[in-house]
Design a protein. Structure first.
Length: 307
C-alpha cells in the first residue's frame, strides 16, 4: 500500500504510519509519500498500482476516475459535499440548534460532512435562528492549541481567502447576516463563523462547496418542500434530519439523496464498522469502511472443481 496524504496536513498520516511501524508491520507493506497533487496523479497512472482509493475534492476525484478508467483500474472516491440539515416544525429546537452549529463550525467547517445548508420549516424558523445565534456568538476563535478555543484557523492562506470570498459574494447577492462570531485580527488564517439567510436557492453559495464555517439557511413551507430543497444539490454525501415524527424519518430515508443520514444529530461523524460514502457527485465506486472497504481491497475468484 502506498499512502499519499493531503500535502497540507501530513502529520496525522505520519503519526499513524509511525505507530504501525512500531507495532511491527513488515517492511514494504506500507509506504508513506508526502508531496503535491502531481504525486497522486503519478501514482494513479503508475502500472504498479492495481487500485486507487481517493478522498478529496470532486474535481480531482473525477480526474483520477478518468485515469483509472483508461487504465482499467478499480477506483473508489469520496469527494465533495454541500450537506443539508432539515429542521421540521416538530423538532427539538434546542437539540437542532446545537447540533447544526456544531456540524457547521467544528474543525472550522473543514470536513466533507460538515453542515453547510439548513432547510427549516417556516413556522419555527425565527426561533431556530435565535437559538443558533446564541451558539455562534459563544464560539471562541483562535489558536487551536488553546483549551478555551472552539474554532481554529483555516488550513492555509488560500483557504481563508476563499472562505471570505464566498461569504462576501453571498452578501453582495442579497444574503442577510443572521449571526457572525468574533475573529482574531493580526497573524493567522482566521475566519469568523457566519450564518446567512438566503432570499432564494439560486445563489452560488447554496450550491458551491465553501469548506469553511459559512452556514446558509432557507425556509420551507412544509416537509415535502424541505426534502426537495435538501436534494437541490449536485452533492449527496451526508445530511441531518431533526424531527420527533418517525413517519418523517421513514420518508426521509426514501426521499433524501445522501449516502449518510443522521437523525437528530449533526451531519458529521461516522462509525468505521459501517459503509461510508456519498451519492451523485460526492462519491463513485464502492463505499469506504466496514466490509465494503474490505471487499474493494480484495480480489475474488470463483473456482469450479470436478473430481
Amino acid at each position: 500500500m502506498v499512502w499519499k496524504p493531503a500535502s497540507l496536513v501530513p502529520l496525522l498520516a505520519f503519526r499513524f504510519a509511525q505507530v504501525l511501524n512500531e507495532a511491527g508491520i513488515p517492511a514494504g507493506v506500507l509506504s508513506l509519500v508526502v508531496g503535491p497533487g502531481k504525486v497522486g496523479q503519478h501514482l494513479a497512472e503508475h502500472p504498479g498500482v492495481d487500485a486507487l482509493s481517493f478522498t478529496g475534492s470532486t474535481q480531482i476525484g473525477r480526474s483520477l476516475m478518468t485515469i483509472c478508467a483508461a487504465a482499467g483500474k478499480p477506483v473508489q472516491t469520496e469527494m465533495g459535499g454541500k450537506n443539508a440539515a432539515v429542521v421540521l416544525a416538530d423538532a427539538d429546537l434546542d437539540r437542532a440548534a446545537s447540533n447544526v452549529v456544531t456540524g457547521a463550525m467544528a474543525s472550522t467547517g473543514q470536513k466533507c460532512t460538515a453542515t453547510s445548508r439548513v432547510v427549516v420549516e417556516a413556522s419555527v424558523k425565527d426561533e431556530l435562528l435565535r437559538r443558533m445565534t446564541e451558539h455562534v456568538q459563544n464560539i471562541i476563535v483562535g489558536d487551536g492549541m488553546d483549551h478555551d478555543v472552539y474554532m481554529g484557523p483555516a488550513v492555509s492562506e488560500g483557504a481563508a481567502s476563499s472562505i471570505r470570498a464566498h461569504d462576501a459574494k453571498a452578501r453582495q447577492d442579497g444574503a442577510v447576516v443572521i449571526a457572525e462570531g468574533d475573529c482574531p485580527s493580526g497573524d493567522g488564517y482566521f475566519v469568523a463563523p457566519v450564518v446567512l439567510e438566503l432570499p432564494h436557492t439560486e445563489l452560488p453559495i447554496w450550491r458551491d462547496e465553501v469548506f469553511g464555517p459559512v452556514l446558509v439557511v432557507v425556509e420551507a413551507r412544509d416537509r415535502d418542500e424541505a426534502f426537495k430543497q435538501a436534494n437541490d444539490s449536485q452533492f449527496g454525501l451526508s445530511g441531518a434530519l431533526f424531527t420527533s415524527d418517525i413517519g418523517s424519518v421513514l420518508e426521509a430515508m426514501d426521499e433524501i439523496d445522501v449516502g449518510v443520514l443522521h437523525v437528530n444529530g449533526e451531519s458529521t461523524g461516522a462509525d468505521p464498522h459501517v459503509p461510508f460514502g456519498g451519492l451523485k457527485q460526492s462519491g463513485f465506486g464502492p463505499k469506504e469502511q466496514g466490509e465494503a472497504s474490505a471487499e474493494f481491497f480484495t480480489q475474488s475468484s470463483t473456482i469450479y472443481l470436478k473430481a
